[in-house]
Ligand binder design. Structure first.
Ligand SMILES: Nc1ncnc2c1ncn2[C@@H]1O[C@H](COP(=O)(O)OP(=O)(O)O)[C@@H](O)[C@H]1O
Ligand SMILES: [Mg+2]
Length: 604
């Protein structure tokens, strides 16, 4: 079995990771998504101001309330004074709660709508990206654009922006009220708070380091489990269970150690900050109490002391929160940058799409002196020339990796040739509209793919306007009708997880049925029957002959017996056509085809 990878599964990357390369540009672009909601955002910010202000004002009400108790007056007078002031306080708080509710509601709407647009744009863009984009990236990598990245952006839009705004107002407001209550005591607070903030950020930094380590260790373990689960039968077949357990234990130990550290540092943060908080609380309370005993400018009333103590506690909170929010912001911006990278990737045939619509296609295909490589360093196809007259059946044979599929990728323009030309009915394919080109080519690919949905829907993918009876006829052509009938709900059976409840061969039959539905004049069968048993294949071949009649067909076949009746057979080796001719001609030549056919050489 392949070596168990580094376990860099899709989850390996810490959600809060990375720094944007060009912060300014990303912020500008991200904020463009909020542009449509300007009014709502302003409203939300006004709500933030109101709720923060009422919070501050409400807590300030404690001063007159307490002072009311110690001021002169009869017991009844004191009670009336108390109740009326408490009522005012309650009213102020109520107002704040209302504003907070409105702000939350508005921001959730704004951020979810922005995310909706972002996801839509990203998905739409994905449908415009060339095959190359997907060939060069892992599924996990692309998926994490939708999950991690969009998620963090959402978090930032939803809460972080508001929190920063709120935190700043609260900081300024608290400071103002503290100064208003007592200048001298404020100065004392201004000395102790930065000290606490410093200790806080130091621990936080350490804790973040260990947290990151823990996350990547977790990613490794998850990736390992994922690989083992998907490859469970391979593990069993090769009796690698013990080895796998050993590998797991190693990674599991690393995770445990990382977690112990991360949680320890994370765990002491609270108590340490608490202790510091108590110390500064005691200090301020003592100094404040002493100030209550003085007269003149430094004098403080008892109510003032109690609100001040509260404020001094509140004061450091926004500072800590703001520094934490910076992490979210940085990762959100980095995520946004990755999302924008996808959005900026060149589209399929950006500016290179032709404008000719194919009509009444005859199916005359000419591949003329084509050279191609997936990347510039490595040429895969060298000077390939071949033609197919309308209705002909052309077979490609050759060992695995010879370049058969690659030629088909060029005819469908999944990739563009480096040099040479490919024409259909004499029209170079670059000049044909992409949709028009693909509508006229039906393909059964080597890798089958089925979508979640019924069997009927999956076959109808080949031609969306096909009627039920046309679908069934196609299934009969592909010899799929029999097995479909035996499925629990027949054509209405729901396939899920890429048709995991079907055999590989059955999946191929559905793919062939799909292609049979298509009215395309050109047909490509790339190892369409490689996973089907010989008997079924013979059965399909009857249907296939009907399918291929009057269509130009390119067949890449696994079993040479199925291509004997081809009009021409191309033998491909290392990206070159080394032999061509009919079955009989090639046998007579006693060359490579002869070797392949007579089984002297193994075929892929
Ligand atoms: N998407 C791709 N990117 C880079 N190289 C590729 C890609 N697909 C195939 N190749 C390479 O091109 C060569 C021909 O592959 P292919 O056409 O699939 O062979 P065949 O279908 O004959 O088995 C192989 O060496 C393969 O590694
Ligand atoms: Mg192939």
């Amino acid at each position: 079995m392949p070596p168990m990878g580094n376990g860099k599964g899709p989850d390996a990357r810490n959600k809060y990771s990375g720094k944007p390369k060009n912060t300014g540009a990303v912020i500008k672009r991200l904020f463009a998504y909020l542009n449509d909601y300007k009014g709502k955002i302003i409203f939300a910010f006004v709500c933030v101001v109101v709720s923060t202000a009422s919070n501050l004002a409400g807590s300030y009400m404690l001063r007159p309330i307490i002072n009311g108790l110690v001021e002169e007056g009869s017991a009844e007078e004191k009670i009336v004074r108390l109740l009326s002031r408490v009522a005012v306080m309650a009213l102020i708080y109520l107002f704040g709660v209302l504003a907070n509710y409105l702000q939350q509601r508005t921001m959730i709407q704004v951020s979810q709508n922005s995310l909706f647009n972002l996801r839509k744009e990203l998905f739409t863009k994905m449908q415009r990206l060339p095959v190359r984009f997907f060939d060069t990236r892992s599924t996990g990598e692309i998926m994490s654009r939708y999950t991690n990245d969009v998620d963090t952006i959402g978090e930032m839009l939803n809460t972080t922006i508001v929190q920063i705004f709120q935190g700043s107002i609260q900081l300024i407001g608290t400071l103002a009220l503290m100064l208003y209550t007592n200048v001298f005591l404020t100065l004392v607070t201004l000395v102790t708070t930065p000290l606490m903030a410093l200790v806080g950020t130091t621990i936080a930094k350490k804790s973040r380091k260990y947290f990151n380590r823990q996350q990547s260790a977790l990613g490794v373990v998850n990736g390992y489990v994922e690989e083992t689960v998907t490859g469970q039968n391979v593990v069993k077949v090769f009796c690698h269970e013990d080895k796998i357990i050993e590998g797991f234990t190693e990674r599991n130990e690393k995770l445990r150690d990382a977690q112990v550290r991360a949680q320890f540092v994370g765990g002491i943060m609270g108590p340490v900050m608490n202790a510091m908080g108590q110390v500064s609380y005691t200090l301020i309370a003592t100094v404040g109490a002493l100030l209550c005993l003085t007269t003149g400018i430094t004098r403080l009333d008892v109510g003032g002391l109690s609100v001040f103590v509260n404020y001094s506690r509140q004061f450091s909170r926004p500072i800590n929160e703001l520094s934490q929010q910076m992490t979210v912001i940085m990762s959100a911006l980095a995520g946004a940058e990755r999302v924008f990278e996808v959005m900026d990737a060149p589209n399929e045939y950006d500016g290179l799409e032709g404008d000719i619509e194919l009509k009444n296609v005859h199916g005359d295909v000419i591949v003329d002196n084509v050279t191609f490589g997936y990347n510039p360093e490595k040429t895969i196809l060298k000077n390939i020339s071949m033609y197919a007259h309308p209705g002909q059946k052309i077979a490609l044979v050759g060992s695995t990796g010879a370049g058969k599929t690659t030629i088909m990728n060029l005819i469908t323009r999944f990739y563009d040739v480096n040099s040479g030309t490919i024409t259909i009915d004499g029209i170079p394919i670059e000049r044909i509209k992409k949709d028009s080109l693909r509508e006229n080519i039906a393909m059964v690919l080597q890798d089958t793919h089925l979508f979640t949905g019924t069997v009927m829907e999956n076959i109808r993918y080949g031609r969306l306007d096909a009627t039920d009876s046309e679908v069934m006829r196609a299934a009969k052509t592909a010899s799929a009708h029999m097995f479909i009938k035996h499925l629990p709900l027949g054509y209405e059976t729901v396939l899920s997880g890429d048709g995991s409840n079907l055999s590989q061969g059955q999946r191929q039959l559905l793919n062939i049925a799909r292609a049979s539905l298509s009215k395309a004049q050109i047909l490509i069968l790339d190892e369409a029957t490689s996973s089907v048993d010989t008997r079924t294949e013979q059965e399909i071949n009857k249907g296939m002959d009907a399918l291929m009649e009057n269509r130009t067909t390119f067949v890449i076949a696994h079993r040479l017996s199925t291509i004997r009746n081809s009009d021409a057979i191309m033998v491909l080796e290392n990206g070159e056509i080394i032999e061509r001719g009919t079955h009989d001609e090639l046998l007579e030549k006693k060359g490579r085809y002869y070797e392949l056919y007579t089984g002297l050489k193994e075929l892929d």
